[in-house]
Design a protein around this ligand. Structure first.
Ligand code: ADP
Length: 399
């Protein structure tokens, strides 16, 4: 079954065409920036291609992406009727959705309701859905939520110790994000081991531009580092992760910062970029750290220390773990970060083999030293595949 996967953000549309049978990924591409008179669409099928076009909105970007997929020489399909379903990455499903669903009027209303919780994401995801319904009226439309995997968190993990009435009124709780990526690596880990996800306790580390960790107890997410918003927990490219809320309020007063300004500072000017003053890109920060830049060195150290601390915390949450799994651009490609994040964790049975770690760049591999009781794995994430599989499953269910 051919499934189009759409990930519509504020400034881009990422698309992929997945054959849920053996063929796998048929095409993937990116249209950006949305809103530009001179945007570009790049895509990969048999080769890498690029075209320029005006991209006034998501609808036009998706229309052009479909044209690229239909291109007789550089595309991947002959007619749009080949696309049986569209899987939409939706950032926030609130407490409504613990799994993927075919989008009907009730689902649409619930997603719109959740837009208040993710004002920077859900509206764009929804405009992608509306365009896709218009452009592909015969295809099933399915929503796959970043938050859904974490709906299994127990109250002790999702409750913030704020006045309870306020939490209820504003739906304040830990939702968690990156659920599709965490769920993919959990499923893949189980597949590799030849067991079911229910057989393992895992600590999954998604380290990309955004970073999060999840404690997964026998297939169920029981704690995760991102919270009510995707700002809590680990140090990220430009996001602070954990920071004393009292300090932040004090800073707002001292610097006369509005809530909007503070939000921007925490989301766009902090993290690796904030500490290093150089870049949010781990490759560049590592390069400068290697060259002796003190602030870049500190950024890497804080980044890795925070991961190590969460590994310890989730080890306690799970009362032991079968494996720590690294994924995401940094998790898959940066041996130095994995080595430092797992440093001095012998007490937890975590020991990395330096040669295996160095060899595991963008590859699926067990990088633990012989005898390590807690295995350490690198598993490249594949959110598109999971979204496509969920979409195909929803289509089969509705038949
Ligand atoms: P997103 O969260 O946007 O999907 P990715 O998962 O692609 O992002 O991760 C992007 C991050 O991965 C960037 O910080 C980038 O520097 C980092 N990265 C990619 N390749 C490497 C590498 N070889 N070494 C270190 N970091 C890398």
């Amino acid at each position: 079954m051919k499934i189009l996967v759409l990930n519509c953000g504020s400034s881009s549309v990422k698309f992929a065409l997945v054959e849920t049978g053996d063929a796998g990924l048929l095409a993937r591409g990116l249209a950006e920036p949305i809103g530009a008179a001179a945007g570009s669409v790049s895509w990969e099928t048999r080769g890498r291609f690029r075209t320029t076009a005006a991209l006034p909105d998501h609808s036009e970007a998706i229309r052009i992406a479909l044209d690229c997929l239909l291109d007789p020489d550089r595309g991947a399909i002959r007619t749009l009727a080949e696309i049986e379903g569209v899987g939409h990455r939706m950032v926030h499903g609130g407490e409504h959705f613990s799994g993927s669903v075919a989008i009907d009027e009730a689902v649409l209303r619930a997603i719109e309701e959740c837009a208040a919780l993710a004002p920077l994401h859900n509206p764009h995801n929804l405009s992608g859905y509306r365009a896709s319904r218009r452009l592909l009226p015969a295809a099933a439309q399915v929503a796959v939520f970043d938050t859904a995997f974490h709906q299994t968190l127990p109250a002790r993990a999702y409750t913030y110790a704020l006045p309870h009435e306020l939490c209820a009124r504003h739906k304040l709780r830990r939702y968690g994000f990156h659920g599709t990526s965490h769920r993919y690596v959990v499923q893949r880990f189980a597949e590799i081991q030849g067991g079911a996800p229910a057989a393992y306790r895992l600590i999954t580390c998604h380290l990309g531009n955004g970073c999060s960790m999840t404690a997964v107890d026998r297939g169920r997410s029981v704690d995760t580092s991102l919270g009510f918003t995707p700002l809590e927990g680990l140090v990220m490219g430009t996001r602070s992760g954990d920071a004393d809320p009292g300090m932040l309020l004090q800073l707002m007063e001292w610097e006369q910062l509005s809530p909007g300004r503070m939000l921007s500072l925490l989301n766009k000017e902090s993290g690796l970029l904030g500490i290093s003053g150089i870049s949010n890109d781990m490759r560049i920060v590592l390069e400068h750290a290697g060259g002796g830049n003190e602030r870049a060195r500190l950024a890497v150290e804080v980044f890795c220390y925070r991961i190590r601390k969460y590994i310890g915390a989730y080890f306690a949450v799970l009362n032991g773990a079968d494996a720590v799994v690294f994924t995401g651009g940094i998790g898959e490609n940066a041996p130095e970060i994995r080595a430092r994040a797992c440093e001095s964790l012998e007490a937890l049975g975590i020991r990395i083999d330096p040669a295996k770690n160095a060899a595991a760049v963008g590859a699926e591999m067990d990088i633990s030293a012989d005898g390590g009781a807690t295995r350490v794995w690198v598993i490249p994430t594949n959110e598109e595949l999971l979204i496509a599989r969920d979409t195909a499953w929803c289509i089969e269910e509705s038949k």
